[in-house]
Write a protein that binds this ligand. Sequence first.
Ligand code: GAR
Length: 191
Amino acid sequence: MMKNKKVAVLVSGGGTNLQALIDSGIEISLVISSKKDAYALTRAAKNGIAAVVTEWADYRPERELFSRKILEILLEHSIDLVVYAGFMVILSDCVCKAFPNAMLNVHPSLIPAFCGEGYYGLKVHKAALERGVKLSGATVHFVNDVCDGGPIIMQKAVEVHDDDTPETLQARVMQVEREILPLAVKRLIGE
Ligand code: GAR
């Protein structure tokens, strides 16, 4: 169990999951964004949370270099637990190895369905609707060297409605992401 541990949240977009973590009272030491215009950065600023931008676009396709930069920042800030909250870059092994069982991700499907490389954001929900599943949901899992392949920590299902669009399904799934991500983080930091 990790009492008084320093938590970093990695983001790339709107930051609704970051907001859920903030609202749940979890203390966040650092936000790292792979996009300089991510709304998540505004959320961090509004809540007085230190934030760093490392633009993936400046590194692309140098995943290793980008990952080393992220790792350097995490180590500089003495981070103990890393939370991917809508972080859209797959980091290389050097980061996973530095944070064994101390890095988690929220994914917008019931893993092992609709996950892995290429399944992110709305694409996940489009794929779920195309396959005709009647349940989807959200998964919080540990990050390891397999994309979306680490041990599952928590899942919650939602119903898929006949008239769902990728956007309406996404909204329903994101609601449960915002429930289970803070619960999983609290469990890991011992709150
Ligand atoms: C969330 O639905 C998250 O699960 C998903 O992107 C969205 C980010 O929203 N992540 C992935 O697809 C990663 N594979 P947010 O920026 O508002 O938290």
